[in-house]
Design a protein around this ligand. Structure first.
Ligand code: ATP
Ligand code: MG
Length: 561
């Protein structure tokens, strides 16, 4: 299977493995992957990377990809998470094979296999306290100590395991362990735990079970049951692979085995990405929920105005690595800026308005000027925007005493109001605190854009909104949530110590051009000269709320230098 030359130069190592398997007709040429989230939190951009990889490979090789919930830990799991995960994957543009799968649907089969392992003398019930078991495990350089229960009769283990299942024992009273090798240099092979007692309702199986399988005991077998051919996971599972293979080798016959392949997880600068830390931000109300637009969750990015295409492009760009690395979050921001530049209509919005009166423009009169919707989009068309005697401009675009290089508005200076006239500032008014309250200009009535005098050039061009036609809006300007490149990487400090106190600024009284009167939640626009913004779900009839997705330019790379 060849990629077009210009699209992609070489195969990544996972594609190489898959193509080799296809060439050898391994698994009769089937390609079947899976994405196996634990429903214990919302998905983040790291998961998006894994989703794009797994579903992307399946699409590319005409294979399938399952969504499987790895729901073996009922204490931390919830249907809210199941639902959000499904929504996020679909939003990213992927479809899983058939219905979603759940590891909990295999509890019966996993139990039967555990019984088989006990009967085969390959598993036993250990009644020692957890602390002692950990101690006996030893350290990688020194062999562990066998549990006194290791060689207990098979019947005894069978009876106790059944009792565990039937709820005869308290949480923590005993565990089922695989009998492998207490002197293995791989700690995961030192008689790992297979089952623990947990008197805890499960979000799907209810109170049917009070023993739950460990990840290592459930994962490979779940892959096997579903006929997965390539089980792609992150590097930290590399050391688990011998155990993944061991369980399958004890349990199943025949040649077919899913193959575990590890790649480097995505790490992003200025971001924390562990679900545990993200949960902490939510629970301690340091952000406004999982979908707070500052969160690196998929739902947060969506609300922030990221598009599925921009995330998929980002995932493609960063590629697949075998070694851990950190990606500059600026690359993610670049990807969304790039996509929104192509698709977002340009509009005028004034975020920090100050009023300008054009004294020679007749009172009560207005006109419409034509503005291009998107210079990047030949089919973008144009729209009519009203202009009148009183307009708003950005407060920043006026200086009472501007330096020479300031090409915006100042006393005696001329600027063009984009799409309309060249105006000259004649005067201004201040309040008792020295804040500018009103600016007075005269327009060169012959200078209208598109008209005979349009060719006259001035240095600055400003956006503006006609005061009487303006729509009010609240705009939430977001910045990075953390000020440090690696907030979770400091031994002596908590990641929350590095939170950016200015990650959210609310601008309550913005003025928008009237074409924005009937926007829908999620729609994106370029506010000209300012950045990309999208309509937030908090918008109501009469109260529009916009989120800033990204500014037009990357201000962080400048800040750093
Ligand atoms: P976290 O470390 O954020 O708590 P997790 O690995 O515990 O995440 P899972 O629900 O088990 O979360 O992850 C589902 C899948 O997503 C796994 O296959 C995992 O390897 C992958 N994944 C998780 N985080 C990343 C990441 N940062 N980059 C790439 N893949 C990831
Ligand atoms: Mg995990």
């Amino acid at each position: 299977m060849d990629f077009p030359e210009n699209e992609k130069q070489s195969l990544n190592f996972i594609e190489q493995i898959i193509e080799e398997d296809l060439k050898n007709n391994k698994n009769e040429g089937r390609i079947h992957l899976r994405f196996p989230p634990e429903p214990n939190g919302y998905l983040h951009i790291g998961h998006a990377k894994s989703i794009c990889l797994n579903f992307g490979l399946a699409n590319h090789y005409n294979g399938l990809c399952n969504l499987r919930f790895d729901d073996t830990n009922p204490e931390k799991e919830d249907v809210e998470y199941v639902e959000s995960i499904m929504e996020d994957i679909q939003w990213l543009g992927f479809e899983w094979d058939k219905e979603a799968y759940y590891a909990s649907d295999y509890f019966e089969q996993l139990y039967d296999w555990a019984v088989k392992l006990i009967k085969d003398g390959k598993a036993y019930v250990d009644e020692q306290p957890q602390s002692l078991i950990s101690e006996q495990r030893g350290v990688p350089t020194r062999p562990g100590i066998n549990s006194p229960y290791r060689d207990r009769p098979v019947d005894e283990s069978l009876r106790l395991f059944e009792g565990m299942k039937n709820g005869e024992f308290e949480t923590g009273a005993m565990i089922l362990r695989a009998k492998i090798d207490m002197s293995s240099p791989n700690m995961h092979m030192r008689d790992p735990i297979m089952y623990r007692i947990l008197h805890q309702e499960h979000h799907r199986s209810g109170d049917k079970w009070c023993i739950y399988p460990m990840y290592d005991y459930a994962h490979g077998q779940s892959d096997f049951i579903e006929g997965i051919t390539h089980s792609v996971c992150t590097l930290e599972f590399e050391i688990h692979r011998p155990l993944y293979d061991w369980f399958l080798d004890q349990i199943v016959e025949g040649d077919y085995r899913p193959r575990q392949i590890e790649f480097a997880r995505l790490n992003l600068s200025y971001t924390v990405m562990s679900k545990r830390k993200l949960l902490q931000l939510v629970e301690e109300k340091l952000v406004n929920g999982w979908d707070d637009p500052r969160m690196p969750t998929i739902s947060g990015l969506r609300r922030r105005g990221y598009t599925p295409e921009s995330i998929r492009r980002f995932a493609e760009r960063i590629g697949v690595a075998k070694r851990d690395n950190v990606i500059d979050v600026g690359l993610l921001e670049f990807s969304v800026r790039e996509h929104l530049n192509e698709k977002a209509p340009r509009v005028f919005a004034v975020l920090n308005p100050v009023k300008v009166v054009i004294t020679n423009y007749p009172e009560g009169q207005s006109e419409e000027v034509e503005l291009i919707n998107n210079p990047e989009d030949p089919k973008g068309g144009s729209r009519m925007v009203p202009f009148s005697r009183e307009i708003y401009i950005e407060r920043d675009d006026f200086m009472e005493d501007p330096p020479k290089k300031f090409f915006r508005m100042g006393p005696g200076r001329e600027v063009r109001l984009k799409g309309a006239y060249i105006v000259k500032c004649e005067d201004f008014k201040k309040d008792e605190n020295g804040a500018i309250t009103e600016i007075y200009c005269t327009a060169d009535m012959d200078s209208k854009s598109g008209g005979a005098g349009a060719s006259r050039k001035v240095k600055g061009t400003l956006h503006w909104v006609s005061a009487q036609h303006a729509i009010d809006a609240e705009v939430r300007v977001y910045d990075r949530l953390f000020l440090d490149e690696d907030p979770a990487g400091h031994k002596d400090k908590d990641f929350k110590d590095f939170m950016n106190p200015e990650s959210l600024k609310v601008l309550p009284a913005c003025k928008l051009e009237p074409s924005l009167a009937s926007v829908q939640t999620g729609e994106s626009f370029q506010f000209q000269r300012l950045g990309y913004f999208c309509v937030d779900k908090d918008s109501t009839e009469g109260h529009l709320v916009f989120n800033r997705t990204v500014p037009l330019r990357d201000s962080w790379s400048k800040r750093k230098k």
